[in-house]
Design a protein around this ligand. Structure first.
Ligand code: IDP
Ligand code: MG
Length: 138
């Protein structure tokens, strides 16, 4: 099992001024930041990142949203990183997310839900290398 996951603070949470509060929760939960940058996805790059969802009805909306503003991308390290981070961020729809989770606290809606977390060890590596070269990982 890998001890890495990948996250993005999404454009809604960046625009709403939640970068600091979200990073504090990530730190408090025991994750170490292995790589981090603020950047902006083109619509094409967002489409590549979310290619796995391209047949879903919300794909166009998702790519437009994810390229609408700045994001903060990071690789995080912790024992059991993927599962523990999914617990920390909460359900995809903030209406269904547990109290105290990042999505419950900071998301606007199902689509604009504040934060991404990888769903498997394999995807964590693929997603991390989408944003960061080996030289940018510490
Ligand atoms: P996840 O981010 O919790 O893993 P996924 O099912 O992988 O959820 O969906 C990826 C992203 O697509 C979600 O985080 C959300 O931003 C968006 N999304 C998912 N379902 C919908 C929907 O029904 N309408 C609009 N956007 C959605
Ligand atoms: Mg997902």
């Amino acid at each position: 099992m890998s001890n890495l996951t990948f996250t993005m603070i999404k454009p809604d949470a960046v625009q709403d001024g939640h970068i600091g509060a979200i990073l504090a929760k990530i730190n408090e939960a025991g994750f170490r930041i292995k790589a981090m940058k603020m950047t902006k996805l083109s619509a094409e790059k967002a489409g590549q990142f979310y290619e796995v969802h391209k047949e879903r009805p919300f794909y166009g909306e998702l790519c437009a949203f994810m390229s609408s503003g700045h994001i903060v991308a990071a690789i995080l390290e912790k024992e059991n990183a993927v599962a523990d981070f999914r617990t920390l961020i909460g359900a995809t729809n903030p209406a269904n997310a547990e109290e105290g989770t990042i999505r419950k606290m900071f998301a606007r809606s199902l689509g604009e839900n504040a934060i991404h977390g990888s769903d498997s060890d394999q995807n964590a590596l693929i997603e991390g290398s989408f944003f960061f070269s080996a030289l940018e990982q510490f």
